[in-house]
Design a protein around this ligand. Structure first.
Ligand SMILES: [Zn+2]
Length: 405
């Protein structure tokens, strides 16, 4: 390993206690989206901004009002001379704690135990908020010559669609340069070996079938919405799986997926023919296809079913959609550089993969940027007893810092 990187690693090791304390601090500052019953990210930003300024980074707040009138601030910090920048994007909002009875600790108090820090948002994404801040601090302390400028973006609103976070920031003039690259340390595996370069598109469809409710002994007087819905769902399931057969080796599973999921309760008694049925389909669509094409197919099947039965009404609505973003080339500069540093710092052989979807990287990719998603973490995000492994946080900080020298 190169001498500069060795020096930066030693500096980061010296920050370990401080980093653990900082992770505990931010867990104690609730940062839940107003649409999930929280107060937003302001308190956490008030705490983090001085921390970045104290280490001599250039740090600025970008804040946007959401539909509840709440300010949703993000921090944009940089270190190094203006020029080509690698932006590290970590999110400062968290989901809520869920059922508190399922936690062994107070979810809003960082608790250190057996080399881990427990608490809501410890792993998702506190571990890499802290890793990013201290990677930046170490670059300053090492007085290292930097090949790229380091940008650190601590974004709001990632958990509920990024409308008031990365999406708004990407539209700001003068923040990101055309040649810049992105690292989003917000998904990964326990040994840090997976670099995500592609995400499937997502489409959640709501289908409301309206017939006519009658007594079950006189079906000829009504229209059974349940029967028609089940028939339609089966048809959609068969047709979509038959048509969308392309595979893409980056993903596991390597095909698009179409799953009938939620079905709303209908009638309260066995002897009533339901007049209304509400069902949902979760579609994860490979970047090779368009979300619109899938949606059109579902709408066509629904209107065909409607036409076969007079009096039947079927409404197809988009409950949520996220179009697939272009794939970042596994041989792009960011993917190769990140791979090299993972190999050196963590001693594992990195591989590039695709995932089911939903990180900040997709928005950057849609704007034409190369973006890689990576961190070192287990499957604990959004669960009770969420924790971050201290060793993972330290390793992430070293990999991040070494990207810039
Ligand atoms: Zn996350």
């Amino acid at each position: 390993m190169d001498e500069t990187i060795g020096n930066i690693n030693r500096i980061i090791d010296g920050y370990e206690r401080e980093m653990v304390e900082e992770l505990k601090n931010i867990i104690g500052i609730k940062s839940i989206s107003p649409s999930s019953g929280g107060m937003g990210e302001s308190k956490r930003v008030e705490h983090l901004l001085p921390l970045l300024k104290a280490q001599g980074a250039d740090a600025k707040i970008y804040s946007y009002k959401d539909e509840t009138g709440t300010e949703r601030p993000s921090i944009v910090a940089t270190r190094g001379a203006a020029g080509r920048t690698i932006w590290v994007v970590a999110h400062i909002d968290t989901v809520s704690e869920g059922d508190p009875a399922m936690w062994s600790t107070n979810p809003f108090e960082g608790v250190e135990k057996d080399g881990r820090v427990y608490g809501r948002g410890s792993s998702d994404n506190g571990q890499d908020v802290v890793a990013g801040i201290y990677a930046m601090k170490a670059l300053g302390a090492a007085k290292a010559e930097m090949k790229y400028r380091m940008g650190l973006v601590l974004v709001a609103d990632e958990e509920v669609g990024s409308k008031y976070g990365i999406q708004k920031l990407l539209d700001e003039q003068g923040v990101f340069g055309k040649e810049d690259m992105f690292l989003v340390p917000d998904a990964g595996v326990e040994d840090g070996s997976e670099i995500e370069v592609s995400e499937k598109g997502m489409l959640w469809i709501k289908i409301t079938t309206t017939g006519k409710q009658v007594h079950a002994s006189t079906p000829h007087l009504g229209i059974n919405a349940c029967r028609h819905a089940v028939g339609l769902l089966d048809r959609i399931d068969t047709d979509l799986h038959r048509k969308y057969t392309k595979t893409n080796k980056l993903f596991a599973p390597d095909t698009s997926t179409f799953e009938i999921t939620k079905r709303e309760a209908n009638v309260g008694s066995v002897n009533i023919i339901p007049g209304k049925d509400v069902s949902y389909i979760d579609c994860r669509i490979l970047p090779d296809y368009s979300v619109d094409e899938v949606l059109e197919d579902v709408k066509r099947l629904a209107s065909e079913a409607e036409m076969r039965t007079p009096g039947l009404k079927i409404e197809v609505e988009v409950f949520q959609r996220e179009d697939p973003a272009p794939t970042t080339d596994p041989n792009s500069e960011i993917a190769r550089l990140l791979g090299k540093r993972i190999r050196e710092q963590l001693g594992v052989e990195p591989k590039t993969i695709g995932i089911g979807g939903g990180t900040c990287a997709a928005f950057a990719r849609r704007k034409g940027f190369q973006a890689a998603v990576w961190n070192t973490t287990g499957e604990v995000a959004h669960s009770p007893d969420e924790y971050a492994v201290i060793k993972h946080m330290m390793g992430d900080a070293k990999v991040i810092a070494s990207l810039f020298v």
